[in-house]
Ligand binder design. Structure first.
Ligand code: LMR
Length: 328
């Protein structure tokens, strides 16, 4: 009897081993933006390198433009194992890690170099692993860029935003940011923004040039203000159980590919945004407003009190570390 059980166990083991050897590990990478954006191109490069360097072992399917899961659903899908990788904007983690809200504080970072320094420093690294107890492992930060404002009217000074309805990502900080301007924030999935702007459900929004251009926001927003007032960046995340369960050689190779892709994305994000800003200008449909130093300070002064509201949840020392990254 014992022998029989051992034989069955051995057959089972061989069968699993065989399935493992012949079936590539499937990685579904789902995101909400277009292919020709920093995140979209990063996902495609990850697929290319993973399939080239782990032939027959890994198959990566990329689903862009919310075609598999949109905002609100993608995180759940990752935790359920329906997708293995996503890269939500850092504004979309508040239910999983309060300190990650730091990235939404308006006028926190002076430029993308400061963001890079903060993310590669101790606090940035700590935040990458801050959700392991929830089953989420951070694999890296991908840049998009700084946010600009857009609206159906010209926004020069903060009072121009009063009373307007602005689409925001699902973030309490961003909600408060627009309330501080005496505007009306409205949370909305990324995939619904174009229609929301077109139909007047919202009058304005905030995003990067690459997201504005690829979503054709210039068709429905006659004004954009180059405010550089906040950040849209991403954390590439995976399901911790899935990741830790990968064969060691596969996990090691995928980690090094992820590092390589992160360098490439972060090197090209600024260029892609510049390219798309120019394309918006070339469309002739949107007027891009630049702010004087004094005007920009007015916007900053108006929204800066938001920091205080989230200081406890985020941690004062983390905010100090981010500010220090501006001065290095
Ligand atoms: C948004 O929802 O506005 C963006 O964060 C979408 C994205 O992933 O860039």
């Amino acid at each position: 009897m014992k022998n029989l059980r051992m034989i069955f166990a051995a057959i089972g083991f061989l069968a699993i081993g065989h399935a493992y050897a012949s079936e590539p590990i499937s990685i579904k990478f789902s995101h909400v933006v277009a292919d020709n954006t920093p995140k979209g191109s990063g996902a495609l490069l990850f697929k290319k390198l993973a399939e080239e360097r782990l032939p027959g072992k890994v198959k990566v399917e990329v689903y862009a433009n919310s075609s598999l899961f949109g905002d609100g659903k993608e995180m759940e899908a990752l935790l359920m194992g329906d997708v293995q990788m996503i890269a939500p904007s850092l504004a979309k983690f508040e239910h999983y890690s309060k300190p990650i809200q730091i990235y939404d504080l308006p006028f926190l970072f002076d430029d993308m170099e400061a963001v890079e320094r903060f993310q590669t420093g101790p606090v940035g690294k700590e935040l990458l692993v801050s959700m392991e107890d929830k089953g989420i492992t951070g694999l890296g930060y991908w840049h998009n860029g700084l946010k600009q404002l857009s609206a159906n009217k010209a926004l020069h000074s903060p009072k121009d935003a009063r009373g307007l309805k602005f689409r925001v990502q699902a973030s309490a900080v961003l909600d408060e940011q627009f309330k501080a301007l005496r505007a009306n924030p409205r949370k909305m999935s990324f995939g619904e923004v174009y229609q929301g702007l077109q139909t007047g459900v919202v009058n304005g929004t905030e995003n990067t040039w690459s997201n504005y251009f690829s979503q054709k926001a210039y068709e429905v927003q006659p004004y954009m203000t180059e405010s550089n007032h906040g950040l849209i960046d991403y954390m590439v995340i995976t399901n911790t159980k899935f990741w830790n369960g990968l064969p060691t050689d596969v996990r090691t190779e995928l980690s090094s590919i992820m590092e390589e892709v992160t360098v490439a994305v972060n090197l090209h994000a600024a260029q892609m945004n510049e390219r798309d800003k120019q394309a918006i200008l070339d469309s002739g449909k949107t007027k891009i407003i630049t702010l004087t130093k004094e005007q920009r300070e007015q916007w900053r002064d108006q929204v800066k009190p938001v920091w205080k509201k989230f200081e406890k949840e985020i941690g004062v020392e983390r905010i100090q570390a981010a500010q220090a990254a501006n001065q290095e």
